[in-house]
Design a protein around this ligand. Structure first.
Ligand SMILES: Nc1ncnc2c1ncn2[C@@H]1O[C@H](COP(=O)(O)OP(=O)(O)OP(=O)(O)O)[C@@H](O)[C@H]1O
Ligand SMILES: [Mg+2]
Length: 266
């Protein structure tokens, strides 16, 4: 396979959201800074919106790695197609608590107690909900209520909502205006421009252990940019298949023709 042929230690264009491969393009750096700012300044609600495959989950994992474990306790909900009770249970479990009851009032009560105890112990708590475009209106309302948990001095919980553009549409609904008003940090993730895309490819090739082989030609890169629209997951799919095509030719260059073959295969 091309991995051995080009001397990579791992596949450079894997589509898992591995933060080790994170390339900080302008928009990704901006997004990360918004997240850091929101959490550090205790802004309560933070929203990160971006197209499918733009890097939201990867950024979220990076943020989790960065947050100081001595201070921050985090609860990450990856799939929020849940009932209200299930969500509360999931948050408690993520915080390492044994759930005491299944009734909503009890769960809320327990969560409140847990949060207060952690805050008293000097901790900060961050709840991250990925794929938040899948949250029902009821659940979004429930989450707003969670953000009401507070002491005289501070909110008990920082909440980050991450999701595809439908999340924005949901948040724009009249029923959710109370929630919308509380989102003090909001960022829309963009796509990679041509120079960034070129850096992105080099960055991933290098991190995978590549030593300058193979080289993507200028026309290959232009074609990848056009076909992917600068969306990282699409870039990865195209690059992976184009590498395979170049390998099959036994070449040290990934050319426009390899990208064309990749496109056809996808
Ligand atoms: N800035 C980046 N640097 C390196 N790789 C990235 C970057 N952004 C995205 N990727 C890669 O693109 C792929 C898709 O990223 P990710 O899963 O984070 O997107 P997403 O926005 O969460 O997508 P979805 O909307 O489907 O949940 C992953 O393989 C990830 O490693
Ligand atoms: Mg994702």
């Amino acid at each position: 396979m091309y991995k051995e042929f080009y001397g990579f230690e791992s596949f450079p264009f894997n589509i898992t959201p591995n933060p080790r491969f994170l390339f900080l393009s302008g928009t990704h750096l901006d997004a990360l800074q918004h997240l850091r700012y929101g959490v550090e300044q205790r802004k309560g609600f933070i929203a990160l919106v971006g197209e499918v495959g733009c890097g939201k989950t990867t950024l979220c994992r990076r943020l989790l790695e960065e947050l100081d474990r001595e201070v921050y306790e985090t609860a990450l909900i990856l799939n929020p197609s849940l009932s209200e009770e299930q969500l509360l249970r999931a948050i408690l479990t993520e915080l390492g608590e044994a759930v005491e009851s299944n009734a909503k009032v009890d769960l809320l009560d327990q969560l409140n107690r847990v949060l207060l105890a952690r805050i008293e112990a000097g901790k900060e708590i961050v709840l991250i909900i990925d794929e938040a475009q899948n949250l029902s209106l009821e659940l979004l309302e429930q989450i707003r209520m969670l953000s009401n948990l507070e002491t005289d001095e501070q909110k008990l919980l920082q909440i980050i909502l991450m999701g595809q553009p439908e999340l924005s549409e949901k948040l724009a609904r009249k029923e959710l205006r109370q929630l919308r008003q509380r989102i003090l940090v909001y960022y829309e993730l963009g796509k990679l421009n041509l120079p960034e895309l070129e850096h992105y490819i080099h960055h991933r090739l290098t991190l995978a252990g590549g030593r300058g082989r193979p080289r993507f030609t200028r026309w290959a890169i232009k074609s990848i940019h056009r076909r992917s629209g600068g969306v990282p997951r699409l870039i990865n799919n195209l690059c992976d298949k184009a590498l395979l095509a170049a390998f099959v030719r036994g070449s040290d260059q990934v050319t426009w023709w390899d990208v064309r073959r990749a496109r056809k295969e996808l």
